[in-house]
Design a protein around this ligand. Structure first.
Ligand code: SF4
Length: 471
């Protein structure tokens, strides 16, 4: 909560990793989770299997807090899956930390999930009526129950049958006693990549995990694809037929690490292109371009390059802020921004400053950033946002505010500008955002932009805005 107040951003909720058949499976998972830490900081976990027995360890906090040498040494076996979590559904408690592990009549199973099952509420109620007893409030457990109930002879068939019953945006990695299964939702809303390390197969939410362990990227897992790794090797099944691809554009805008490549595009390069197109669309007569660290730096560099205005480091981020000590009132919120960010007086004093941010969600920190820059002597502060106004909630695994809390759902751009007390404010348009991927105006594309446009790529369930599995 504290971090949200200091940084008015949506949160990606999870990162997943899996490795099949390597003697250092647990240790490599640990390093991979380190690389995926930006996708979730509330809990971390690893499950391993040695052919007969499953081992797991999970805890609240960062990967570095949850694991140490002796814990990793106990995670025996040559197959592992790992998870970092930021809760979207279900409370931030250990019982919801993943991988979730279960023993059922066909053996052991562990699940790691990034995303959100939008019909989990209905399935949960149905399963409870049928006698299922849930041990967590996580939507992930719904899939586990469906798999356990499947009467089909193999895990592969059981997963295929069960996954066809859930809807939403997801990437799953599932570990059993003798196989690992990776799958991506039919629209490819959440990312998942496949690689190889030292003869072993690896899957991860982002390629930065591969870079960290030295794995070779093979390809993105395709939307609606299920990959099975077992003693026979690797095989791919398309379980969902033809669906319109709709990869989350927010992965590029904010969630993913800049060094990751997703579906053929490097995240830093796309952010830089957003900045260039923003400079073309909304130029400013100014002396210096700065970015809100860290996620807006690439776009700020792009804006500066395109506008031929010098790029400078005008805001410094304090990296050592705890997450949970700030309570939600306006005064502490503003102080929170000052604890998190400092303006570099020597860069902004007496200057007309263009400040680039990747998004404004509730609008709670943009104003304090403007005032921070003015207090440091900026003559003018022009805010430029490298994505369109966020007007709609996300139902695909992102921790979003309800639409009513989104400032752009309630106010026009001039009203937001007045609210944050900037000299000017402008956003990248949807057309220009898509142009960064080479999509021409009006052309069909393969991205989800629903939080900007309200055009959701899947059916949306009526009670979704009230959706919660918590009691
Ligand atoms: S609604 Fe927005 S945040 Fe959610 S998946 Fe679509 S683009 Fe991403």
């Amino acid at each position: 909560m504290g971090d949200e107040l200091m940084q008015d951003k949506w949160h990606d909720e999870c990162g997943v990793f899996g490795i099949y058949h390597h003697e250092r499976a647990a240790e490599l998972s640990y390093y991979a989770l380190y690389a995926l830490q930006h996708r979730g900081q509330e809990s971390a976990g690893i499950a391993t299997v040695d052919g007969t027995r499953m081992y797991h360890h999970k805890g609240m906090g960062l990967v570095a807090d949850v694991f140490n040498q002796s814990v990793l040494a106990k995670l025996a076996g040559d197959c592992a899956i790992g998870h970092v979590r930021y809760s979207t559904t279900g409370a931030a408690t250990l019982v919801n930390a993943q991988p979730l592990t279960f023993a059922f009549r066909k053996g052991n199973i562990a699940l790691a999930h990034n995303g959100n099952l939008i019909n989990a509420h209905q399935l949960h109620a149905f399963l409870e009526r049928q006698g299922s007893i849930f041990q967590s409030t996580s939507d992930t457990e719904v899939l586990a129950h469906l798999i356990a109930r499947s009467g089909l002879p193999t895990l592969e068939e059981g997963v295929k049958e069960s996954i066809s019953m859930v809807k939403g945006g997801y990437a799953f990695v599932i570990l059993s006693d003798d196989s690992m299964i990776a799958l991506r939702d039919p629209h490819g809303l959440r990312p998942l990549v496949l690689g190889q390390f030292d003869g072993a197969y690896v899957v991860a939410s982002e390629t930065c995990a591969f870079e960290t362990i030295g794995a070779k990227f093979i390809r993105d897992v395709e939307p609606g694809e299920m990959i099975i790794f077992d003693k026979q090797g690797m095989r791919s099944v398309h379980y969902a037929g033809q669906n319109k691809k709709a990869l989350c554009t927010f992965e590029y805008i904010y969630f993913a690490r800049p060094d990751s490549d997703i579906d053929g595009f490097n995240v830093h390069s796309i952010r830089k292109q957003f900045g260039k197109l923003l400079a073309q669309e909304h130029p400013v007569d100014a002396d210096v371009v700065i970015g809100v660290p860290d996620s807006s730096i690439s776009a700020a560099i792009g804006y500066a390059e395109e506008s031929a205005i010098p790029y400078e480091i005008g805001l410094i981020k304090n990296r050592y802020i705890g997450r949970t000590f700030i309570q939600p009132n306006q005064e502490l919120r503003e102080r929170g921004v000052k604890l998190k960010l400092s303006a570099v007086r020597g860069v902004v004093e007496g200057k007309r400053v263009v400040v680039i941010d990747d998004s404004i969600v509730r609008g709670t920190t943009a104003g304090p950033i403007v005032s921070l820059l003015r207090e440091a002597g900026a003559a003018e502060v022009h805010m430029r946002i490298s994505s369109p106004p966020v007007k709609n909630s996300c139902f695909y695994g992102i921790d979003t505010s309800s639409a009513g809390e989104l400032i752009a759902a309630r106010k026009t751009v001039p009203e937001i500008c007045a609210f944050i007390e900037a000299d000017s404010l402008a956003y990248l348009s949807e057309d220009q955002m898509l142009a960064a991927f080479g999509v021409e105006k009006g052309q069909a594309h393969s991205y989800c932009n629903a939080c900007f446009t309200g055009r959701y790529p899947t059916e949306i369930y009526e009670d979704l805005t009230k959706f919660s599995l918590e009691r």
